[in-house]
Design a protein around this ligand. Structure first.
Ligand SMILES: *Cc1c(COP(=O)(O)O)cnc(C)c1O
Length: 430
């Protein structure tokens, strides 16, 4: 072994087997676990899953093929897999109040593709939020298959408010007559009016889909309005605020169940990832607890305090603040590009990502903004007091991005600070 002996929970024979058989990978996993422990992780799409979710993900369910759906499989031996997938489906339906759920999509992107396959033909018009305004690639952006094989039209945010302009959404919809309209995105700090979107979709006869990947956990915990009563179909990843394994699910009205299920399998996928399905079931059970509702509300409260701390230090926030877990900062007034800021912060122990801001004059690979959020730090039990300290560190580093001794000292300080907030699933001690 190298400098660091891979530590493990005492007497975990599976970990012992990995460390013995493949010390190279074992050591890298330990290094990543240590990194996740010692840094302030602010990437808004990331989190810390529980040990229970990790255990289900690393289980023997990965050995099993089960093409089809519970009770209708193409392989034998489904006595237990059927029960696991049924539990995940029932928990998803009950948590979000949906008539139908499909928990098989491999991840958010293939999940969204299933919506196209269920409702559209190639060349049909799809309307989504423009990527530089906060939309997702799979909502019809050029480089995505959804922008190449379908005809994309787009809406964005207003320059003066940083918020979606529903009059523009309605105008574009009426002019372009999309067959599918998406709401949701990856860099949207404000609550989206799902009901208004549903009305617009109804006016033009479009299917209305909401992609709640970022906010699913907030919705589950009652800290954000739900799109489920308003949308024909709702897609989500399971690994962001929902705090489950890497995966995805579809929720829909009963009338769309058959076409969506057929789109996922056999339309797009083969065998479901049963270890992921089990971990989704575990995460959904966790998300239905009062403790998770407390967590979801704390995520939003923390984001508001972090946003206020940044505004107080002269940072320019897109839309001026946040309603959810996510903050988008335009660094133009600070005179530093997003990428330089993100890299300096990473060296100092604060992990976030550089991001395009609406109407960004800079290129996507070197844009004007940074994107950050509170799901992971809140999972560690950090609260509003800690958010003030984090805003202070961000300001110090962004003000002196080339000061390597400041970065090194801050990284040490942050690692020490993080010790007081043990993260779910992180067991490493050295
Ligand atoms: C993260 C995300 C996705 C894609 O999820 P992957 O699992 O990375 O494919 C789709 N839509 C939105 C809005 C997202 O935030």
């Amino acid at each position: 072994m190298g400098a660091h002996e891979p530590y493990r929970a005492p007497m975990d024979p599976r970990w012992e087997a990995l460390a013995a058989e493949d010390p190279e990978i074992a050591e890298l996993i330990v290094a990543e676990e240590r990194r996740q422990r010692d840094k302030i992780r602010l990437i808004p799409s990331e989190n810390y899953v529980s040990s229970a979710v990790l255990a289900a993900t690393g289980s023997v369910l990965t050995n099993k093929y089960s093409e089809g759906y519970p009770g209708r499989r193409y392989y034998e031996g489904q006595q237990f897999i059927d029960q696991i997938e049924t539990a995940a489906i029932e928990r998803a339906k009950s948590l979000f109040g949906a008539e139908h759920a499909n928990v098989q999509p491999y991840s958010g992107s293939p999940c969204n593709l299933a919506v196209y396959l269920a409702f559209l033909n190639p060349g049909d018009t799809v309307m989504g939020m423009a990527l530089p305004h906060g939309g997702h690639l799979t909502h019809g952006w050029d480089v995505s298959v959804t922008g190449k094989w379908f005809r994309p039209v787009r809406y964005g945010v207003r320059k003066d408010t940083g918020r979606i302009d529903l009059d523009e959404v309605r105008d574009v919809a009426k002019r372009e007559q999309p067959k599918l309209i998406w709401a949701g995105g990856t860099a949207v700090p404000r609550i989206i009016d799902f009901e208004a979107f549903a009305e617009i979709a109804a006016e033009v006869g479009a299917v209305f889909a909401t992609d709640m990947a970022h906010i699913a956990g907030l919705i589950a915990g009652g800290a954000h309005p739900s799109p489920v009563p308003h949308a024909d179909v709702v897609t989500t990843t399971t690994h962001k605020t929902l705090r489950g394994p890497r995966g995805a699910m579809l929720l829909s009205r009963a009338e769309h169940a058959k076409s969506l299920d057929r789109a996922v399998f056999p339309g797009l996928q083969g065998g479901p990832h049963n270890h992921t399905t089990a971990a989704i079931a575990v995460a959904l059970r966790e998300a239905a607890t009062p403790g998770f509702a407390t967590y979801a509300h704390a995520v939003v409260a923390n984001a508001k305090v972090l946003a206020e701390g940044l505004v107080a230090r002269g940072f320019d926030l897109v839309s001026g603040g946040t309603d959810n877990h996510l903050i988008l900062v335009d660094l133009t007034t600070k005179g530093i590009p997003g990428k330089q800021a993100a890299k300096a912060l990473d060296r100092a122990g604060i992990e976030l990502n550089y991001n395009t801001v609406p109407f960004d004059p800079r290129k996507p690979f070197d844009p004007s903004g940074i994107r950050l959020g509170t799901p992971a730090v809140t999972s560690r039990g950090m609260g509003t007091e800690e958010m003030g300290r984090i805003a202070g560190w961000i300001d110090e580093i962004v003000s002196a991005p080339e000061d390597e001794s400041l970065a090194a000292a801050t990284a040490g300080e942050i690692a020490e600070f993080c010790r007081a907030f043990p993260a779910p699933g992180i067991l490493i001690e050295d």
